[in-house]
Design a protein. Structure first.
Length: 173
C-alpha cells in the first residue's frame, strides 16, 4: 500500500493544543494494536497529556490507560525501572517521578505530535519542573511513541532525546 504523507502538528501551549485538535488530519494505516479510529489515537494522546498535566491522575489512569499497559522508559538509571507495568505500576511511577522530586508537578509540554503510518503516535516533549528544595529548574527533551488498543494507551516507548525517537519512528527530521 502507498504511504500517505502529512505535515506534523507542532504546538507548545494548551490553547494551540485545542486548535490543533480541530485541524483536519489525514488518517494513516493502522497496525493490529492501533485501533482504526479516524483521528482517534492522536486525539486520545493529546487529551491524555492535558489531563495528566492538570494532575488528574485517577482520570488519566481510568480513561486513557489500558489494563495491560507497559511503559518502556528508555533510560538507564538505577532508581528508574526500565519497564513500568499496569495502572498500579504507572500510578506509583507518576507519584515517584512526577510529584515527589518537584515543587509542584512535572509538566510535559508537547512540542510536536503526529500519528505514524502504523497508527502509533509520536510525541516530542519538553519536561519542565523545579527541584524540590533546590528550586533548580529542569527543562529537558524527552519523547514517547504510543501504541493504542481499545481506545486506550497500551504501550509507551520513552526516548531521552528527540533524535532517538525520530529515528525509531523512521523519521529523519
Amino acid at each position: 500500500m502507498e504511504k500517505l504523507a502529512r505535515p506534523p502538528c507542532r504546538f507548545s501551549s494548551s490553547s494551540s493544543v485545542r486548535a490543533a485538535a480541530t485541524a483536519p488530519v489525514a488518517r494513516l494505516l493502522c497496525g493490529p494494536d492501533n485501533d482504526a479510529v479516524p483521528e482517534g489515537n492522536l486525539e486520545l494522546a493529546r487529551q491524555g497529556y492535558e489531563v495528566l498535566n492538570r494532575g488528574e491522575i485517577d482520570r488519566f489512569l481510568a480513561e486513557f490507560v489500558h489494563p495491560d499497559y507497559e511503559f518502556h522508559t528508555g533510560v538507564r538509571v538505577p532508581s528508574i525501572p526500565s519497564v513500568v507495568r499496569g495502572r498500579d505500576g504507572l500510578r506509583a511511577w507518576i507519584h515517584q517521578w512526577y510529584d515527589e522530586p518537584w515543587e509542584g508537578q512535572l509538566q510535559m509540554d508537547v512540542e510536536r505530535i503526529e500519528e505514524l503510518n502504523d497508527g502509533r503516535v509520536l510525541a516530542l516533549l519538553t519536561l519542565r519542573a523545579k527541584g524540590r528544595g533546590s528550586s533548580v529548574p529542569v527543562d529537558t527533551e524527552y519523547a514517547h511513541i504510543m501504541t493504542f488498543r481499545e481506545r486506550l494507551c497500551l504501550r509507551v516507548d520513552g526516548f531521552p532525546t528527540w533524535r532517538q525517537a525520530l529515528a525509531a519512528a523512521g523519521l529523519g527530521e
